[in-house]
Design a protein around this ligand. Sequence first.
Ligand code: TMP
Length: 206
Amino acid sequence: MFITLEGPEGSGKTSHIPHLVEFLREKGYTVFPTREPGGTSISEQIRDVLHDMKNAEMHPRTETLLYQAARAQIVEQVIQPRLADGEIVISDRYYDSTIAYQGYGHQQDLDEIRALVKYATGGLTPDLTILLDLDVEVGLGRKKKDNEWNRLDAYTVQFHRRVRAGYLEMVNAEPKRWVVVNSEQAWESVQAELRKVILARMKDEG
Ligand code: TMP
């Protein structure tokens, strides 16, 4: 089973995933957490280029292609083999981030972006995608406070508002794959809801 977590900046995905993994492992599941961009040596090197504040001149098309390069590698090297072995893979971001950020955020042609994403992933779609949703200003404020500022965080608030609106459009377009969790709740409530959503989906899938 392939589960992805998505969200605007500061949505808390990264802090929730280790606790979800531990919870599922205690229940006896084999779970493999990963993140995008990253998760393999090559993809982590691409991540550094993408996030480096020094690369302010990076063009949106360059940015889009670098994310797909990092993704193609992790899909082939990590995600596909583990899914084939029957593991649960939980990824901190996946191709919906490209549609939200490079598509809606940078206002690039969505059909072109979808075609690139399909090429990069070989068509691998998550079984469940959870949107950790929150107000854009609240999220950016959290990231600034935690000193985790990267090149993309420095895009305008309008950019980040388009990202969030894009996510919500994607949820409406594919309501079976997506579940929305409000990440402005207390951390413990978000974690409890995430566990519930994942267990329910696993039960449905048998
Ligand atoms: P994060 O690890 O803090 O979530 O940072 C990843 C950043 O990369 C975040 O700003 C979202 C961005 N991103 C994209 O713009 N497109 C993508 O396809 C992915 C995977 C991430």
